[in-house]
Design a binder for this molecule. Structure first.
Ligand SMILES: *[C@@H]1O[C@H](CO)[C@@H](O)[C@H](O)[C@H]1NC(C)=O
Ligand SMILES: *[C@@H]1O[C@H](CO)[C@@H](O)[C@H](O)[C@H]1NC(C)=O
Ligand SMILES: *[C@@H]1O[C@H](CO)[C@@H](O)[C@H](O)[C@H]1NC(C)=O
Ligand SMILES: *[C@@H]1O[C@H](CO)[C@@H](O)[C@H](O)[C@H]1NC(C)=O
Length: 491
């Protein structure tokens, strides 16, 4: 008998039996759980829908379509919220039968307050008659800083509860996630079968994060350090890989995927293994594009916070090379570099101090102006006088500052990487819109070319650059992109 049991064939058989039994068991349990929640949502479907619609004056003849915007931080007033409200306004304009349901965690405020703030912050007018707010109580589950360990996973699991709370209030016809909670897509799909749309600003996990841990692990291995930190890093790597797999799996439950830039598109397509459409968010370039494109002064501006990654040192070095190679630029043809930025904390102050020192050492301090904490009108003043806008950050994901230069009629000289390379300083109407560089020599050379452009040449590039950004990153083009994507599931 014992012989029979220990027989490898019998053992394998038992093992396979055990695995398939537990697999079947898990499947059945999952199935039962899903069926339970599904039927519980179905039981209240019409009641909750009617109750939601009763909170507004829906006056169209057609059957309303409920478009649910999942945006727990809708009152934050940042770039993501500009995207949200612009999208809602455009949907209201073009689809009068669509009622926007906004799932938000701002449980303390009222609809009127939120809409007033949207008007004040973004100058966007929302028709109160076709929006309904659903106030969620469980937003604390996705709060930053709530979890000290396994933050990604914990927040993602938290979003499942938040997503279910949203569906409990009302099941929309289309679920539109505008904050990147990808874990909610399979939940929504499995429980309701409705269409899921996503606008992704930023991947929850990026290959940059993975690569960082990977590099650290292999460095430790090379040094033959096999202590706690190596094990910790290897564990982290496995965790990230696993998370990326699940994240990719979740992403596949979305029917429509929009991303905000080429950088995000690359990451999302890689992780989710599917296509995503770029819909650039609208940039507020209006105030800058009112500045006249006329004869400008020999001024190079740099608008950037004094953060290390902005690489102001590269700006000073390039400018020093420009002045040293062209001594006339110091006095007769005096050329200035104006560094505009805010000092928000002690770190910034220190960096500014060391930049001032560096300017002295490079002997360019007479031609460099530090404009710290400038007001917006002061900024506009510089942008209206200067001829060139300088940007030196490596691999910036987008680079709104460069867009603003171009809108303001400046010739951009930007870092040849990231957003400036892929999205912004690209040819428009087959004509250049500025210059790209990635080292001191190239930066200095391009600065010289840009500063010395004749009025006619300057005008050509500046006009083209302005047209390019005002077209590509306008609200109109954004609205077009969003509506084109959503139309597939709204009609
Ligand atoms: C709906 O319309 C009525 C009458 O026009 C008005 O009194 C009421 O305030 C409106 N309700 C909403 C939610 O706008
Ligand atoms: C809600 O409002 C109260 C009083 O107005 C305030 O003290 C509290 O901080 C608010 N809570 C949140 C989460 O904003
Ligand atoms: C996309 O979103 C990310 C995260 O909010 C932001 O850093 C980036 O600048 C955005 N891209 C564009 C084109 O606005
Ligand atoms: C800039 O503003 C910050 C606070 O907003 C302040 O602490 C700092 O002293 C200011 N710096 C200058 C140079 O005005």
């Amino acid at each position: 008998m014992a012989d029979l049991l220990l027989n490898p064939i019998t053992l394998t058989f038992l093992l396979v039996l055990f695995i398939s039994a537990s697999f079947t068991f898990t499947t059945i349990v999952l199935w039962v759980v899903i069926a339970y929640f599904k039927s519980s949502l179905r039981a209240t479907y019409f009641e909750h829908r009617d109750r939601t619609l009763s909170r507004i004056n829906y006056t169209q003849n057609e059957v309303p379509v409920l478009l649910g915007f999942f945006h727990p931080y809708c009152n934050a007033g940042g770039g993501g919220e500009r995207v949200l409200w612009t999208a809602i306004r455009d949907v209201q304009r073009f689809f009068p039968y669509v009622v926007s349901v906004i799932y938000t965690g701002e449980s303390n405020t009222s609809k009127e307050e939120i809409l007033a703030k949207v008007k004040a912050n973004f100058d966007i007018t929302i028709d109160a008659n076709s929006v309904v707010f659903v106030f969620l109580q469980k937003r604390y589950l996705v709060e930053d800083g709530r979890y000290s360990r396994l933050t990604l996973l914990a927040q993602s699991l938290g979003s499942l509860f938040l997503g279910y709370e949203a569906l409990e209030h009302v099941v929309p016809d289309v679920f539109f996630d505008t904050m990147g909670y990808a874990f909610t897509y399979p939940l929504v799909y499995l429980l309701t079968g409705i269409k899921v749309a996503a606008y992704v600003h930023y991947p929850t996990i990026s290959s940059d994060m993975l690569n960082k841990v990977k590099a650290k692990t292999s460095a430790l291995r090379e040094q033959k350090v096999y202590g706690k930190s190596t094990i910790w890093n290897m564990g982290k790597l496995i965790y990230y890989r696993l998370f990326a797999k699940i994240y990719g799996y979740c992403g596949n439950f979305a029917d429509i995927v929009m991303v905000n830039s080429t950088w995000t598109k690359g990451h999302i397509e890689n992780l989710w293994k599917r296509d995503a459409d770029i819909v650039y968010p609208p940039c507020d370039t209006e105030r800058f594009s009112e500045l006249a494109i006329k004869e400008r002064e020999r001024i190079i501006v740099s608008v950037a916070q004094f953060r290390p990654e902005k690489d102001h040192m590269l700006q000073l070095q390039s400018f020093a090379k420009l002045l040293n190679d062209n001594p006339a630029f110091r006095e007769e043809k005096e050329t200035k570099l104006v560094l505009i930025g805010s000092a928000r904390n002690e770190g910034d102050e220190k960096r500014i101090q060391s930049l001032r020192l560096a300017a002295k050492e490079l002997k360019i301090e007479d031609n460099v102006v530090f404009e710290i904490n400038a007001s917006f009108s002061k900024l506009l003043d510089w942008m209206g006088r200067a001829k060139v806008g300088l940007h030196t950050m490596w691999n910036e994901h987008f680079g709104i500052g460069v867009v603003e230069y171009m809108a303001a009629g400046l010739i951009p000289v930007a870092h040849k990487s990231g957003g400036p390379l892929m999205d912004i300083v690209t040819e428009y109407n087959n004509k250049p819109t500025g210059y790209l560089a990635d080292n001191v020599n190239d930066f200095a050379a391009h600065l010289k070319t840009a500063i010395e452009l004749s009025p006619g040449e300057y005008n050509d590039i500046a006009v083209n650059a302005r047209a390019s950004v005002c077209d590509k990153f306008s609200e109109l083009v954004f609205g077009d992109g969003v509506l084109r994507s959503l139309r597939r599931c709204l009609t």
